[in-house]
Design a protein around this ligand. Structure first.
Ligand code: HEC
Length: 139
């Protein structure tokens, strides 16, 4: 290969690597921002919420992004839940309403399949924090 072609090829490779790296950085910033925002909105902790989601077995009924074995089909998927307008088709999707739903689903929609699990306010805020990181991604 002539030297000039080799140079162009090398430049193309370098440009591709730079593009991939900048997308990765943007994605990491997006994830960090979503986390901070979710914790500010709810007053909960994303990390504790993740643990609580596993402990309470929410994944037995829901698909939940980022939670191991959360592939349940009895309830709606919680992928992208932060981007939805309503909770259970009844409540506005806002932090206090989410906490209310998580603590008292049977009071809000009597007889639905989601059990009241006696979540404390703290547990519900932590879980809500995690759920509000689950946005619809655009890439
Ligand atoms: C036994 C099954 C079951 C379990 C366990 C369960 N859920 Fe649900 N969940 C449901 C069902 C069914 C609905 C739909 C209720 C409705 O719309 O009337 C629902 C709805 C929801 C919604 C609203 C989703 C939407 O699209 O509006 C959220 C959020 C949610 N559950 C979170 C949780 C969390 C967090 C836990 C664990 C603490 C949990 N669920 C445990 C069955 C379950």
């Amino acid at each position: 290969m002539p030297t000039s072609l080799r140079l162009i090829a090398a430049l193309l490779v370098a440009a591709t690597i730079a593009a991939i790296a900048s997308i990765a950085v943007l994605h990491a910033q997006d994830v960090a921002h979503a986390r901070t925002q979710a914790e500010q909105m709810t007053g909960g902790s994303v990390d504790r919420g993740k643990l609580a989601l596993s402990r309470y077995g929410c994944g037995a009924c829901h698909v939940i992004t980022g939670i191991a074995d959360a592939q349940g089909q009895a309830g709606p998927s919680l992928a992208g839940i932060a981007s939805r307008a309503t909770i259970a088709g009844r409540l506005a999707n806002q932090p206090d309403q989410m906490v209310l739903w998580l603590r008292h689903p049977q009071q809000i929609v009597p007889g639905n399949a989601m059990p009241d699990q006696q979540l404390s306010e703290r547990n519900a805020r932590d879980i809500a924090a995690y759920l509000y990181t689950l946005r619809k991604t655009t890439y």
